[in-house]
Design a protein around this ligand. Structure first.
Ligand code: PMP
Length: 300
């Protein structure tokens, strides 16, 4: 993610990445008590553009509030710092990782009274690659939203993601698909899930998922193209008869899913709505989408 000369922003300064360090006694390290974002910038005809910077930094503020971490930077300040950081590192197409943490030595279980902000940037291809995925339903559930603020991007929540993803990979699959505490399909370890049936799209409603910014973008792009999108709770059984599925996320972008355990989707990914929307998404984020309000012609 970095070479020694990469610069990161830490508490008001641009420092070499290998000098961005934290105390072993930091409260965040012991309790997973930190929040973060995953953002991307793209080279566009109008120069480097951070996609939906405002939405991401708003969610960072929301995450901080949800867990009582102070954040002394405004959305505008963080956006400006990020553009500067990209420029200093000579990056256009980049992944951006802001992290708000309690770096002070503190072993209490109380809200932190101060926090640190670090922002890292690096060149990162699509997180889950380019090939369609074979998923497996995870034996791990998404965290109960009555136990933790699931709509906040809290570092500690990602222990659930790490163990679920690794467990699925350990059984030879590419990625996990997690259910919520009621047995409804929720999302992947780091991406939202959509499926297609009868030319329509379905995805889980907010409740046990992260409200993905890519998810919102895809819903908007689909509706603009005249595709019906329904947010509803559904069980794995309701996936029978689905023709396709895909994940959405800032890091993963839009990536097709070929199967979930024994269920193999009937339509080749190239012919699905997911594939069309992936192209529309790419055009939008790279500033090439002149036609993104026209209706789609889809084979699915
Ligand atoms: N769900 C989880 C658990 C995630 O970590 C992510 C990635 N941030 C997403 C969904 C997708 O969110 P976004 O589209 O905002 O990146």
């Amino acid at each position: 993610y970095f070479n020694p000369d990469t610069l990161a922003f830490v508490d008001g300064e641009f420092v070499k990445a290998d000098q961005a360090q934290v105390s072993s006694y930091a409260q965040s390290l012991h309790y997973g008590y930190a929040v973060f974002e995953g953002i991307r910038s793209y080279a566009t005809p109008a120069g480097t553009q951070i996609f939906k910077a405002k939405e991401h930094y708003e969610r960072l503020q929301y995450s901080c509030k949800s867990v009582g971490l102070p954040l002394s930077y405004s959305i505008e300040e963080m956006t400006e710092i990020t553009y500067r950081l990209l420029e200093l590192n000579n990056l256009s197409d980049a992944y951006i990782r802001p992290l708000v943490y309690a770096g002070t030595p503190n072993m209490t279980l109380k809200h932190a009274s101060t926090s640190n902000l670090m922002i890292a940037v690096w060149d990162w291809g699509k997180y889950l690659g380019d090939q369609c995925l074979r998923l497996s339903i995870s034996p791990y559930q998404r965290p109960n939203p009555k136990a933790v603020p699931i709509e906040a991007k809290v570092s500690g929540h990602y222990v659930n993601s790490i163990i679920a993803s690794s467990e699925a990979r350990g059984r030879g699959f590419d990625e996990a698909l997690l259910l919520d505490m009621n047995g409804f399909v929720a999302e992947g370890p780091g991406a939202n899930f959509f499926f297609e049936k009868d030319g329509e799209l379905f995805t889980a409603p907010p409740g046990s998922i992260l409200r993905g910014i890519t998810r919102n973008t895809i819903i908007d792009l689909a509706r603009e193209a005249g595709i019906k999108v329904t947010e509803k709770f559904f069980t794995p059984d309701e996936l029978q008869g689905a023709t396709g599925a895909f994940f959405t996320g800032t890091a993963a972008e839009v990536i097709g899913i070929t199967s979930i355990d024994d269920l193999v989707f009937s339509t080749p990914y190239q012919d699905t709505l997911g594939h069309v929307l992936a192209e529309r998404y790419h055009a939008l984020v790279t500033g090439q989408s002149v036609a993104h309000s026209q209706n789609l012609e889809v084979k699915a």
